[in-house]
Design a protein around this ligand. Structure first.
Ligand code: ATP
Length: 871
């Protein structure tokens, strides 16, 4: 049971290191292993699947231990970080061979889920953000996001709803909050957030402001558009403090803070992002819109496309600038080819330049940067010649940085290794001393061969060999057969089973010269490389801008590729209040259907003044949801700057897309479907505006029919009538009663997605047509689906009874605006049927607590008699 760590000098050192980061799992380097102890060992062994052992610690005490070989760090570290753990790496700071005392150790890196720069931890097609949230006394909440692997840094402030939306879109891997606020964070924001608390002094105006000014070396934050936004400045400052705490001190690539302004982007709440499967599919075998559109060739392009889809624009000019570029690329296939080749060569320039800043760039990556910069010049030239203004503007911002590009090319070999001192890095001709030393080191092999040949001849030992080991350097090995022929002056160093090893004076002298040369070579290569890296650092802002421009071009050319392949067309995007899609398709479903079953296109026309609300009825599986989603997806695509899956389209700017689509998957979180549905609907009604697009799919499904109809009716009425906003709405429903609304509300129009009975088989026509649909299509479909005849007949009978007793057809006439008046039936047990009320009475008078099983069976028998008596 004991957890006290053993008191040896090594373990005392461990305890000291662990004390520096008690929240992190400490990987403690001991020789060739990283060891974890105590609770860390228990956690690590579980996550990594490595053996947990126990080391005795005095009488009746032990400490848990789990470790892995040091070379396995690259595969084990990401597993710990992805499991949400913070990991401190404690290295040996001196060579154990050179000291007799306890080896000096220190923490060289703290990797946390939100602050990672290592390729093994990062997903290269997604950003890796750390966030900070600052709660204030007012309603304003500050939030900031930083991806240290790219240098992108954002800040915003707003109400809890807005911040929740941003957190959902940026999906930070870690969220920082002031000590004591973790609970508040969990209460305000849903979803699983991995949080970490920081000291309260960090979350103050002064501390944060100073830290930001220091980072950007400016005297004010005015230039970043966050001046006066205290809450977001505090959040951004907290992130920079966190970098200090986690030993990330080289941050020259974090050069600006970008404000995320509400209103600049379409508001997509998290239900919408999830339900429309914008970036993640809802189920494993599904596909997201991002997966369909993402034909980018660089990781930075892939990351940007994801962000663009989550933040569609609300500025007509900016949207059209993107669409212009796509249209331009459509017309000029040569431009596209040149661009694709250039982008492939550019690779992940954004993360490479960040590595330069944090001091982790490898020689091989510098060569990659050289190639990326080589790609910039022809792309720039192409953009500058373009007829598209937006493309010329990108061209103007591209900078091939010839000077540093050529210097890398001059100094570093083409096939540079992945680490310094693991092979030749610097080209010949760069440093005279280096060239000379290499001469000595490389000629060594020839020299040794000559010595070996000479000694074979001198001694007459044909099998004599010269070898090298770390313990006593160069030696001559002689098999036991020839032992007698060994000259006297050779010094015996080692006896093997079949041979002896000797050293000679000549070999010793030679060895010193060679090893000296190799050490010097390593020193000179390191110096030249380090100088070069610091020269490249001067170009960080320029190269970051290049990376960003190339990422834009990558996304826009990917949009072009999908548009050509999938026959998308350019939408007209304007300031009107109209949404029109002519022969539109669902961009994801159409890719999933077999070739024999083409997607049926449909046209949709909505406007605030004419058809504001489309009331769409049709049986299950007829394609109502698909129609709703495709409309929203095409609007989002249009405002992202992508062509749309339609013959033609007009999109009057949309500021918010709301969806209440399908049964929610929140049931697993313990909330009832109906509660979730009502929460989502309430949020829509509270936030809609005249430019909103609202999708309601089977609203009210989670409650009884009459509840459902009443609520749906009242909500549609509210959307139609409220405050003259007239937000455009698609309302898919099974309740044909709602078709009655068309007669009383001028901007509601009935549509249906029809099915046909062809030779006794249900055929889904998938075509949207004007008008409401048949009452009993559910039963109709049940019959076509092969349901037993008796059940279909019974269902028809029950339906007639219900209709007769409740005159559901008259609902429209009975209800007077506003809202539902009394008199609507609420549940099965309130129906007037005398049989049902008798059953109800039987059940309600039961004393369940004192009911024996036998009595219960008897009661059941009685109830059955009531029913059969009636039948
Ligand atoms: N226009 C279309 N062309 C071809 N196939 C379609 C079309 N619309 C829908 N589908 C196919 O029909 C399936 C069901 O469509 P959808 O989920 O939209 O029906 P629904 O009417 O909303 O049904 P439910 O009421 O059960 O939710 C889709 O998964 C898709 O495969």
């Amino acid at each position: 049971m004991a957890k006290k760590i053993v008191e040896t000098p090594l373990m005392r050192q461990y305890v000291e290191m662990k004390g520096k980061h008690p929240d992190a799992i400490l990987l403690f380097r001991v020789g060739d292993f990283y060891e974890t102890f105590s609770d860390d060992a228990i956690v690590a062994s579980e996550i990594l699947g490595i053996t947990l052992t126990r080391r005795a610690n005095g009488s009746a005490q032990y400490v848990e231990l789990a470790g892995f070989p040091h070379h396995a760090l690259d595969s084990y570290l990401p597993k710990l970080v992805r499991a949400g753990k913070r990991v401190a790496i404690c290295e040996q700071l001196e060579d154990p061979k050179l000291t007799k005392k306890l080896v000096k150790r220190g923490i060289t890196e703290l990797v946390t889920p939100g602050v990672a720069v290592s390729d093994t931890v990062l997903n290269h097609r997604e950003n890796n953000f750390v966030a900070a949230v600052h709660f204030t006394r007012s309603a304003a909440i500050g939030v900031a996001f930083l991806d240290i692997s790219t240098g992108e840094f954002f800040a915003a402030e707003g109400d809890a709803d807005y911040v929740d939306k941003l957190i959902n879109n940026f999906s930070p891997k870690e969220v920082l909050v002031e000590r004591g606020n973790r609970r508040l964070l969990e209460e305000k924001f849903s979803g699983k957030l991995l949080s970490f608390e920081l000291d309260d002094w960090i979350f103050t105006d002064d501390a944060a402001g100073d830290r930001l000014l220091k980072q950007f070396a400016t005297s004010s934050l005015k230039g970043f558009g966050v001046h006066g936004m205290h809450a977001s400045i505090v959040a951004a400052g907290a992130i920079l403090h966190y970098l200090d705490i986690t030993n990330h001190t080289q941050t020259g690539h974090i050069t600006k803070l970008t404000r995320v302004e509400e209103g600049t982007y379409v508001r997509l709440d998290k239900f919408t992002v999830r339900n429309l499967e914008l970036v993640e599919p809802l189920c494993e075998d599904g596909r997201s819109l991002l997966q369909i559109l993402d034909r980018t060739v660089t990781p930075m392009g892939a990351r940007l496309m994801r962000r663009w889809l989550l933040f569609p624009l609300t500025d007509v000019k900016a949207i059209n600038a993107r669409l212009d570029v796509v249209e331009g690329f459509m017309r000029y296939p040569d431009e596209r080819t040149l661009l694709k080749e250039g982008l492939e060569q550019a690779g992940d320039m954004e993360r490479v330049i960040s590595k330069v800043a944090v001091g982790r760039v490898s020689p091989r990556e510098l060569v990659q940067l050289r190639d990326a910069l080589r790609a910039v010049a022809p792309i720039k030239a192409m953009c500058m010649q373009s007829a598209t203004t937006a493309l010329r503007s990108i061209g103007e911002q591209l900078n091939p940085c010839e000077c540093i590009r050529d210097r890398i090319a001059r100094e570093i070999v083409d096939d540079a290794p992945a680490a310094l001192n693991r092979g030749v890095v610097v080209r010949p001709g760069v440093d005279a001393e280096l060239d000379e030393l290499r001469e000595i080191a490389y000629q060594g092999k020839d020299y040794l061969m000559k010595v070996q040949q000479r000694e074979i001849e001198a001694t007459g030992i044909p099998s004599l060999k010269i070898g090298y080991n770390n313990v006593f350097g160069y030696y001559i090995e002689v098999t036991n057969t020839h032992k007698a022929k060994v000259p006297q002056e050779w010094i015996r160093k080692q006896t093997l089973v079949n041979a002896e090893r000797y050293i000679t004076q000549e070999l010793k002298e030679y060895e010193e010269k060679i090893l000296g040369a190799q050490d010097r070579i390593a020193i000179i290569e390191t110096r030249i490389f380090t100088d070069l890296v610091s020269a490249v650092s001067e170009y960080i802002p320029a190269i970051q801008l290049d990376a960003h421009m190339l990422a834009r071009l990558d996304v826009l050319s990917a949009f072009t590729r999908v548009a050509l392949e999938n026959h998308y067309n350019r939408p007209v995007v304007d300031d009107s209040l109209v949404i029109e899609f002519n022969e539109a398709r669902h961009p994801v479903i159409e890719k999933q259907l077999p070739a024999s079953e083409p997607y049926i296109s449909n046209s949709v026309s909505l406007s605030n003044d004419a058809t504001q609300i489309m009331m769409i009825t049709g049986p299950n599986m007829s394609g109502k949801s698909a129609l709703l989603r495709q409309t929203a997806l095409n609007v989002i695509m249009a405002q992202t700057g992508c062509f749309v899956a339609a013959e033609s389209a007009r999109v009057g700017l949309v500021d918010k897309v709301f969806t209440r689509v399908g049964a929610s998957d929140n049931i697993s979180l313990g909330e009832s479907t109906f509660m979730v549905e009502m929460n989502e609907a309430a949020s829509i009604l509270n936030n809609m505006s005249e430019r909103s697009l609202i999708l309601f799919d089977e609203l009210g499904r989670g409650t009884s029919t009459y509840d459902g109809i009443s609520i749906a009716w009242a909500i549609v009425e509210h959307i139609h009538e409220h405050a003259g906003m007239h937000p455009k709405t698609l309302f898919a429903t099974h309740y044909h009663e709602l078709n009655d609304m068309e007669a009383s509300y001028p901007r509601i129009a009935n549509y249906n997605v029809s099915v046909k009975d062809i030779g006794g088989k249900v055929v889904f026509m998938r075509k949207l047509q004007r008008g409401g649909s048949e009452h009993s299509f559910g039963i109709h479909v049940a019959r076509l689906a092969g349901m037993p005849k008796s059940i279909v007949e019974r269902a028809t009978h029950v339906l007639h009874l219900l209709e007769a007793s409740n005159r559901r057809d008259d609902i429209g006439k009975e209800i007077t605006s506003p809202a539902v008046e009394g008199g609507m039936q609420l549940s099965f047990f309130q129906l007037d049927d005398p049989v049902l009320s008798q059953i109800r009475d039987e059940i309600l008078t039961l004393d369940i607590n004192n009911l024996t099983p036998m009595a219960a069976l008897n009661k059941l028998h009685d109830i059955r008699s009531i029913i059969t008596g009636k039948a």
